[in-house]
Ligand binder design. Sequence first.
Ligand code: PLP
Length: 361
Amino acid sequence: MAERIRNFNAGPATLPLPVLEEIRSELKNFRGSGMSILEVSHRSKWFDDVIEDAKARITRLLNLDERYKVLFLQGGASMQFAMVPMNFLSENDHADYVNTGTWSTKAVKEAEIQGKRVNVVASSEDRNFCYIPKNIRPTPGAAFMHITTNNTIKGTQYHFLPDSGGAPLVADMSSDILCRPTDVSRFGLIYAGAQKNLGPAGVTLAVIRQDMLDRVPDTLPTMLKYTTAADKNSMFNTPPCFAIYVVGLVLKWIEETIGGLGAMEARNKKKADTIYGYLDSTDFYNATADPDSRSWMNVTFRLPGEDLEKKFVAEALENGLGGLKGHRSVGGCRASIYNAMDPEGVDELVAFMKEFEKKNG
Ligand SMILES: *Cc1c(COP(=O)(O)O)cnc(C)c1O
């Protein structure tokens, strides 16, 4: 490839070009330090400014009140699957989980491995996870209700918040965090691996409310307690400095270039309407998710036959449109159109899809 492609990969995923350019421009000598950000101490003034700026931007974008803390953790969203039940489910408690796909299934499994009591209160497994269940009924006294707000592999997304019966919501937002304004007050914990919608791999964002921190038992290993990160400003040990720095630049791009989450929502809605509108206008392509559960972030679709799908993915790449193969567990095609994907990229994809249909339909 001589030029950058339009990158539709699910994660790690495309980053805003202005962010990459900003990284390059200050890489060798970071803000007068005489060192790169890859080389400065995490205890230095330079890194302190970086992490405080990123926290302040998250606080503004999500409208967090003083009960919430912003944490930067390691181990990916997968580590959160284990930490959530470890920190918030005692032996006498139970938790509600909604199973909407591959990642929710893994979250349930990590709780069960620890012998925790889990009620799967709703599931869309009966139709291969192509929808978000509507009649989600909480069980009385649940410690929390866990949901996966966007299902990266199946291409579905919540467009409502379920009734959790007064229990705090705990959400895996790895693939749709900051795609639109969110009412955080319903959530006790939100977590997201950065490599889909926030930045590079290596850091996991967590937004946690004080009442959840109050539940954390003292008996857990230090690195596996949310209170450790909360008390030590995410620096009990060396944090993933470079990843946090890049997340901060992406947040700055959302606030200053895009104009905040309202503008981001309009931009994402327009992209989703463009591609789903086209998918609905033809029988050649078939969107796999139910219309009311369609993801704005991961658009999953099929062509008539696997050979055509292979050809589609290969020819798209020749035309500068990469990463359109579906997840290996489900097949088909998937266009991940996260925050960083420009509307022009989606327009180019739809133009290519029309051409491909003309030649092969
Ligand atoms: C990618 C993904 C994960 C796994 O993230 P890791 O950071 O690789 O552990 C979990 N949940 C969702 C919704 C994802 O998209």
